[in-house]
Design a protein around this ligand. Structure first.
Ligand code: AKG
Length: 277
């Protein structure tokens, strides 16, 4: 008999429908604290973290779209306290539930990736640029895995949390490979995405209003949502949802971690999709 799922039928349905599922308090507080302390420890080298508090004046303030220090170089991901995030039993049960228990490719997927953004803007808006997907549409229409976005510290609204277009994973699954650039272009023919990418709807509050505005392509409802949360909260997304980084208009750095879980049996098709003409 299969093990009972950690997720309810309603949550699984929500994930199917919206391609985004919040799971509050998914990660244990201790595990998250260790990963956050690792990040703070690494940033202490730049004077950004000192005596248990942020000293943001230690480096020049970046201006959006710059995010400040590159997390891979300045922080790095390969540390047991970062890798330990993926050992969380509740997280692994949620991944198994979302992927129907498929065996995962854990050898090549590496540690979670730290997402870090210093405060970098006085105003907040939904960017017109860099909307993308990390995985192509597959010819079989199959979901290529699930992506985790976990909060290592509080990320408030307008605090640099990733933006995603809920529902967008359901578009353009029409039996062919479509990679990110082509997907962006094809979606740009639709009113909802024309507005989203539109440089005319250029800045400030006008673009901020795109958040939460209901839209649709055909019968697929769409909505731009901002990933926000407290330490230990997480979202799972369908890797086919369009998403982008956002400005951080608060006074605290944004610290999140992301990871892509890919079933082993999807790898051959993924490889074909990435290399197809
Ligand atoms: O929140 C961000 O910085 C963007 C993350 C992103 O685009 C990704 O993980 O693919």
């Amino acid at each position: 008999m299969p093990a009972p799922s950690i997720l309810t039928r309603e949550q699984l349905d929500e994930f199917e429908r919206r391609g985004v599922l919040p799971l509050r308090g998914l990660l244990a507080a201790d595990r998250v604290r260790r990963a956050r302390e690792y990040v703070q420890h690494r940033l202490a080298r730049f004077g950004l973290w000192k005596d248990g508090r942020w000293c943001l004046g230690a480096v020049p303030r970046p201006e959006w779209p710059a995010t400040g220090l590159g997390p891979s170089q300045a922080i790095g991901n390969e540390h047991p306290d970062v890798e330990g995030l993926l050992e969380e039993p509740a997280l692994l049960c949620a991944v198994a539930a979302l992927l129907g228990g498929c065996a995962l490719d854990r050898t090549r997927s590496g540690p979670p990736q730290i997402l870090f953004t210093l405060p970098n803007s006085d105003t907040w808006m939904v960017p017109a640029t860099n909307w993308h997907v990390d995985f192509p549409r597959l010819a079989t229409g199959r979901r290529p895995g699930v992506q985790l976005f976990a909060f290592l510290d509080t990320v408030e609204p307008r605090g640099g949390g990733t933006l995603v277009v809920a529902g967008s994973h359901r578009l353009l699954n029409d039996k062919r490979f479509v990679r990110s650039k082509a997907l962006r272009r094809l979606l740009g023919r639709e009113t909802f995405f024309r507005e989203l990418y539109s440089p005319e709807r250029a800045g400030g509050e006008d673009r901020a209003r795109l958040l939460g505005e209901a839209g649709a392509v055909g019968d697929v409802p769409l909505e731009v949502i901002e990933l926000t949360g407290a330490p230990g909260d997480a979202y799972f997304t369908d890797p086919r949802v369009l998403h982008t980084a956002a400005p951080n208009a608060t006074d605290r750095p944004r610290i999140m971690a992301t990871h892509r879980f890919v079933p082993v049996d999807v790898l051959p098709e993924l490889a074909r999709a990435f290399t197809s003409p």
